[in-house]
Design a binder for this molecule. Structure first.
Ligand SMILES: [Ca+2]
Length: 230
């Protein structure tokens, strides 16, 4: 029996769909906003470099996590031209860009000697918030309930809404599956200043500005995966 051409096409589409859901393994290189990459720290340098194009004033969040948090990493952000803008020995870097051009992120093994894989996610809060590998995020309307997934180590999902100064918003975040899974919201104002957050699963906040707000959902430790409603 001959296969129907549309069945073949469906199978091909399914294969592509499955493929893009695996974080792309690369030894550094470009990282797109809204996407997660899989990296490897190996000798002799135990260091990988990622690049992205950013505009002055953009607020970026970058996370990197090794399996089970076995190895402590440092994350260093370099401005176009190469000067160090900020760095952290934690797993989450949060920065408002001070220039336009190609920015560089270096992920290092702090102990410089333990080979490890890791996953890393970049979000430019005024840029692309989702990717083919992780469609969670985008606009959320008042009173709307959306389901999302913390797909892997380091995952960041960003939801946007427009508000006016003085509006009172309540954002709730409920884990719906996942062992030891504890999601948290970081709410960023228009223009990307300092965030507000709540660990209780409910963020009650009176808007101090008008415009587009971005609510970033992540797992508190970046170690656990699960599903949530927001
Ligand atoms: Ca996700």
């Amino acid at each position: 029996m001959r296969r129907h051409p549309s069945l073949v096409l469906t199978l091909l589409v399914s294969l592509v769909f499955v493929f893009v859901h695996v974080p792309e393994a690369r030894a550094g290189g470009p990282i797109a906003s809204g996407s997660t990459v899989a990296g490897n720290l190996t000798g002799p340098g135990y260091s990988e470099t990622w690049t992205f194009s950013g505009t002055i004033g953009d607020h970026v969040v970058f996370t990197a996590m090794t399996p089970a948090g076995a190895v402590n990493t440092t994350i260093t952000l370099k401005a176009p031209g190469g000067s160090i803008a900020t760095s952290t020995s934690g797993h989450r870097l949060d920065f408002q860009l001070t220039g336009s051009g190609t920015w560089t992120i270096v992920v290092d093994d702090l102990t410089a000697g333990v080979p490890t894989s890791y996953e890393a996610t970049l979000i430019d809060l005024s840029g692309t918030l989702t990717s083919g590998g992780d469609p969670d995020g985008g606009p959320i309307a008042s009173n709307q309930i959306l389901a999302g997934t913390t797909n892997g180590l380091s995952d960041l999902d960003a939801f946007t809404f427009t508000g006016a100064i003085g509006d009172r918003v309540a954002l709730t975040l409920v884990p719906t599956s996942g062992a030891s899974y504890a999601p948290i919201i970081y709410l960023y104002p228009p223009g990307g200043g300092s965030y507000v957050t709540a660990t209780s699963g409910r963020l009650d906040y009176q808007l101090a500005a008008s415009g587009t707000f971005v609510a970033v959902v992540q797992e508190q430790s970046l170690l656990h995966t699960g599903t949530y409603s927001v």
